[in-house]
Design a protein around this ligand. Sequence first.
Ligand SMILES: C[S@@+](CC[C@H](N)C(=O)[O-])C[C@H]1O[C@@H](n2cnc3c(N)ncnc32)[C@H](O)[C@@H]1O
Length: 222
Amino acid sequence: MPELKNNVLTPELYAYVLAHNPPLDAVQSALVEFTHDTLPDVAVKQIPKEQAALLPFLVRLTGARQLLEVGTFTGLSALSMARALPPGEGRLITLDISEEWTAHARRAWAEAGVADRIELRIAPALDSLRALPAEPHLDLAFLDANKDGYIAYWEEIVPRLRVGGLLVVDNVLFNGTVVDPSVTAGPGADVRAFNAHAAKDSRMESVMLTVADGVTLARRVG
Ligand SMILES: C[S@@+](CC[C@H](N)C(=O)[O-])C[C@H]1O[C@@H](n2cnc3c(N)ncnc32)[C@H](O)[C@@H]1O
């Protein structure tokens, strides 16, 4: 058995991590609070605070200008990434099927002054992805939607990424169910199949991280 270096993430350790990350700004904090107060049953869909710090870091690190997101919800990840674009440069296309949840996103983006950098497309993500230009043009994509679509979304996104472009995939551990043999159907099984698919794709160099519910960073290499 390989040595495990992971710490158990206690509430105290999690608070410590957040205290040493860039803090959420006022609009991000208000959106987190609003989502948990107004949509308590589905608020778990929202990216956690450490990812609201990681995503803009990745946008700035890569110098990405053409961004894509699959899975908008109430808009925290889109807001976090769009804020990292230099003013007047770059844009984010974000895909969702819910008019209701994304209405909250639109309000937050307007309040944050980034609405002009974000284009929201409401339709099944596979249709929206297939309508994008076929040639490589994306610098960074974030995949965070229905897990039974992950493989198909990956297959649409990878050819549209520039070589060197980054694909960030959320929930790749799916609450640990990816290693539970009793889970043979549903999102845990879908994510397990996706992880196997991604790991053997020679067009991409992929690294799975134990951030939050698991994040894979995949870079187009060919
Ligand atoms: C986990 S949430 C996204 C969370 C978001 N990234 C955030 O930071 O708050 C997943 C989203 O995927 C959307 N979704 C589910 N099935 C979809 C589909 N077939 N096409 C497009 N979006 C879909 C849901 O409406 C939901 O808003």
